[in-house]
Ligand binder design. Sequence first.
Ligand code: ATP
Length: 334
Amino acid sequence: MKKIAIIPGDGIGKEVMKASQYVLDYFDLNFDYNDALAGRECFDKTGTTIPEETIKISKKSDATLFGAITSTPGEKSPIVTLRKELETYGNLRPIKSFEGVNCIYDDLDFIIIRENTEGLYSQDEEIIKENEEVIARKIITKKASKRICEFAFKQTIKESRTNVTAAHKSNVLKLTDGIFKESFYEVAKNYPDIETNDFYIDATSLYIVSNPHIFDVIVTENLYGDIISDESAGLVGGLGLAPSGNIGDKNALFEPVHGSAPDIAGRNISNPIAMLLSTSMMLSYLKYDFEAKLIEKACREVLRKGKVLTPDLGGTAKTYELADAVLCNIREIE
Ligand code: ATP
């Protein structure tokens, strides 16, 4: 029996997680679900944004489903902590267009692979002089750089893709991003059948908007990956449709790219598709390929029909209505 940790978090995280569980329950997979706390509400209740118990539950699970959290000023980020604790070093973010969705490009299909454990996103900050001078450390190691590049090439083969682009800023950050670029080409030597190239991150951001069809797989450092995955999600229908997986050698955590969206939380109008697609990625990781494909197919079909859409997609449906439409579609095509 697979153990699944469920961390709904805050705001719309709780709404979209309910939708995911609604669809998962249909499959009757005999999973052992364990709920765990994290986020702002958790801080208000327990004094910590991520209790030790949550980390323990997540570590012991075969996979974790994570909703979204509202950040707590001055406190550590639960998701950054979890990614580090679980050593889920590979963050996988598919950018795939959806038929029927009003978006900038309707034929995109590439993936972004983001290093998850180091770099500027690790919240390694220090006060040098109160209110005057602060510092953020960007640590880049050969070990983590080679590990993420290796992950990217393996994923390229797994998905029958052909080209990997490394995105960095080694012309300015010659030491840190220099190591990243060097590691990329060292690892690439072991994959002679895969085409490789590299761009500076600013040029990458431009091409993502102006010529995204040149990309197949992009591998990049933590903060750059955070930024270009939101940018890319914007090209194919927005954050409500963007799933992600955080994958390591022992653990894996799946979450929508979006945050807790305090501006719409509590109104039940959040789009559950990103969470449902993250759930599909989790099922695929756990080798429940049939169910994984069925969820993705049903999400795409509901969007293509365009009858039940949440407000971010131009409709008036509630979160649970869209989730229900996906479930009805699963029943129809199964
Ligand atoms: P974080 O820093 O946690 O990523 P954020 O405020 O930068 O949070 P989001 O919470 O993802 O970003 O919200 C960005 C915008 O996208 C908001 O206007 C929000 O309402 C919208 N949004 C995000 N997710 C969804 C969703 N699932 N459905 C509908 N709208 C969404």
